[in-house]
Design a protein around this ligand. Structure first.
Ligand SMILES: NC(=O)c1ccc[n+]([C@@H]2O[C@H](COP(=O)([O-])OP(=O)(O)OC[C@H]3O[C@@H](n4cnc5c(N)ncnc54)[C@H](OP(=O)(O)O)[C@@H]3O)[C@@H](O)[C@H]2O)c1
Length: 274
């Protein structure tokens, strides 16, 4: 337990909780009785979610802590840690979910957009993981890092994004071994396509057909993530089709994988594919 009072209480810190998978994870965690600390830039969306969760029937937990913060800003993770300390709160669960992708050839778009992915998806995720190692160890807690099915293959047409997610998977699996003796589990979530704000942010065509290629709704993905994290699984891949991709892609000839993934990104830009 981490919060003052109430022996059974646990605090889940969730980044990128203003929408998409993060907001759904917050809904599930709240329903399961965890206290919450929600972080993203969009204060209005965080407040709306906190109000919604505080009003859940039978809700006994306090209103979620809310922090509007650009996690890529200098000193942001220090500010996050200071915010929690000021509330006398330490997380038992940390969910590194904030992240974004950018569709298109790496050298064709904005360089700061490309480097920003490395900053948020890799540096911030790493800093938060390590920064909260001590409270997680005290709590014998859980770390959930959101990777992607993209972690299992190179991604021409989204090269930097795919590479960031390969890092997240590699880092998380290694950390799960380092932290196992401490009783802390590390879970990497590797979803395929999930219709959220992600696609618009990444520049996908608005004419995408979400039913193609095994897209799953964010509540389904969040449920699989939560259950896998609570079961202390090392890797969670929601959906049978994505499991098949993950298992078979390392076996496929690399030129075939590169051509297939590159073609997929072209279809996403044109809006005629999943
Ligand atoms: N959707 C998919 O198909 C898919 C598939 C595989 C993996 N993923 C991964 O799932 C995670 C969640 O994505 P999503 O699909 O739920 O997309 P989303 O709806 O766009 O959510 C992204 C979240 O990250 C937050 N965020 C972005 N930049 C931030 C910053 N600088 N500082 C703090 N928070 C920031 C956003 O909040 P603000 O804008 O309010 O800051 C938002 O809450 C990401 O890591 C993504 O790579 C998504």
């Amino acid at each position: 337990m981490s919060l003052a009072g109430g022996a059974a209480r646990t605090l889940a810190l969730i980044t990128g909780a203003s929408g998409g998978i993060g907001a759904e994870l917050a809904r599930i965690a709240a329903a399961q009785g965890h206290d919450l600390a929600l972080v993203a830039r969009n204060r209005a969306a965080l407040d709306a979610l906190a109000d919604e969760l505080a009003a859940l029937p039978g809700q006994k937990n306090p209103r979620p802590l809310v922090l509007d913060l650009d996690l890529t800003a200098p000193g942001a993770v220090d500010a996050l840690a200071g915010f929690l300390e000021a509330q006398n709160a330490a997380p038992d669960i940390v969910v590194n979910n904030a992240g974004y992708g950018a569709l298109g050839p790496a050298a064709a778009g904005s360089l700061s957009e490309q480097l920003g992915m490395i900053d948020l998806n890799i540096r911030v995720l790493t800093e938060i993981s390590l920064r909260f190692a001590a409270p997680l160890a005290r709590a014998k807690g859980r770390l959930l890092n959101v990777a992607s099915i993209a972690a299992f293959m190179p991604g021409p047409g989204m090269a930097v994004y795919y590479a960031t997610k390969a890092y997240v998977l590699s880092f998380s699996e290694a950390l799960s071994t380092e932290w196992a003796p401490l009783g802390v589990s590390v879970t990497a979530l590797c979803p395929g396509m999930v219709p959220t704000g992600f696609q618009q942010r990444a520049g996908f065509s608005a004419h995408m057909n979400w039913t193609k290629l095994g897209a799953l709704p964010s509540p389904v993905v969040a449920r699989a993530a939560y259950d896998g994290m609570m079961a202390r699984k090392r890797v969670v891949i929601p959906g049978l089709l994505m499991k098949l991709f993950a298992w078979t892609s390392p076996l496929a000839p690399k030129p075939l994988t590169l051509a297939a993934v590159g073609a997929l990104q072209l279809r996403r830009r044109a809006g005629n594919g999943g």
